[in-house]
Write a new protein. Structure first.
Length: 94
């Protein structure tokens, strides 16, 4: 169900999330920002947010599922971007 001001809500949420990522640049916030951008049909911004989240995860040793080190980081980054892109396109209505 679409509400008349839904896009306004999405844009306000994006503004808040962008401020939050500047204050605390952590992967979960960038993922949430990416999903919100997707909902607002701002796909280029969504991709950028997902890329930032992945970069943080690749460099952050606190993520137990991160298999990447400095030498294989680009390969893992590409694999993760492909997975995120595939999941994103699967969720977009046709």
């Amino acid at each position: 169900m679409d509400f008349p001001h839904q896009s306004l809500f999405d844009l306000q949420a994006i503004e808040v999330l962008e401020r939050a990522t500047r204050v605390k640049p952590v992967a979960p916030l960038f993922v949430l920002l990416g999903k919100t951008n997707m909902k607002a049909k701002r796909f280029e911004n969504a991709i950028s947010s997902f890329e930032k989240a992945i970069e943080i995860m690749v460099c952050d040793s606190s993520f137990p599922s991160t298999c990447c080190n400095r030498q294989t980081g680009n390969i893992c980054l590409r694999q993760k971007l492909f997975t995120v892109a595939r999941e994103c396109t699967d969720s977009v209505p046709k």
